[in-house]
Design a protein around this ligand. Structure first.
Ligand code: SF4
Length: 228
């Protein structure tokens, strides 16, 4: 089987330069996860930028405004805006009370404690905490979202397990020796795998015949163009 970086390099050659993460600030990344639900990246980004413009992204900014205003902005990001508005303020209170308003403090903790601290925030689970530590440059890890998980499983790096979290762990274990110790290449890998999963290696009807890495993919059902 071809290696992880071989796959990433092939995707990098195929796709136009991928936009960098929206922020490198841990609290902003928490807000970014909470501002939208089940919408496209474009809408999530729009809601986040609106929050930044109309309210600000420091914990004290979010606690100064009425929750109704946050709900109005969160409505750009899809369903249940009131719930997400309350979560934004809950995140702000947690950052204020447990980190003196500066979530940047978690970045100097050891990895286990940093993950634990981040997982106290609304909707931040293990993958979300790892992504925040990766995007802020604090800790290199194979932080994946669902598209990346699907691509790597189809590619053959690990088998799908009974639960998503077990599959996630199986991939991390399988690739632990390959990922290296630098954040920037891993951020690029995260973004490229996500994009490949969204545009080509889609959940249903993957576009295997148009896939730039089809020749080195192990997906048993992939449909290659007929040989002439
Ligand atoms: S060949 Fe198909 S399954 Fe394999 S990476 Fe490409 S789109 Fe995904």
């Amino acid at each position: 089987m071809h290696g992880f970086w071989n796959l990433v390099e092939s995707l990098d050659k195929y796709y136009d330069p991928t936009a960098p993460p929206i922020s490198r600030d841990p609290f902003e990344l928490v807000l970014y996860e909470n501002i939208a639900y089940l919408v496209s990246d474009d809408r999530r980004e729009k809601a986040f930028r609106e929050l930044k413009k109309r309210v600000g992204t420091r914990p004290e900014d979010l606690l100064l405004v009425p929750v109704e205003l946050l709900a109005q902005i969160a409505a750009i990001g899809g369903m249940f805006p009131e719930l997400r508005a309350r979560r934004l303020q809950e995140a702000a209170r947690l950052a204020r009370d447990e980190h003196a308003g500066d979530l940047g403090r978690v970045l100097s903790m050891d990895r286990v404690n940093a993950r634990k601290a981040l997982k106290k925030f609304p909707v931040i689970g293990e993958p979300g905490a790892e992504k925040i530590l990766l995007f802020t440059g604090a800790s290199p890890s194979l932080a994946l979202e669902s598209n990346g998980v699907r691509v790597l499983v189809r590619f053959g790096f690990a088998r799908e397990q009974k639960s998503y979290s077990a599959t996630y762990r199986a991939l991390q274990k399988a690739l632990a020796g390959e990922i290296g110790s630098k954040c920037e290449p891993l951020i690029k890998a995260h973004l490229l795998l996500k994009r490949h999963g969204q545009e080509v290696c889609r959940r249903s009807e993957p576009r295997c015949t148009a896939c730039p890495v089809a020749k080195i993919c192990a997906f048993p059902e992939k449909q290659q163009p007929a040989k002439t």
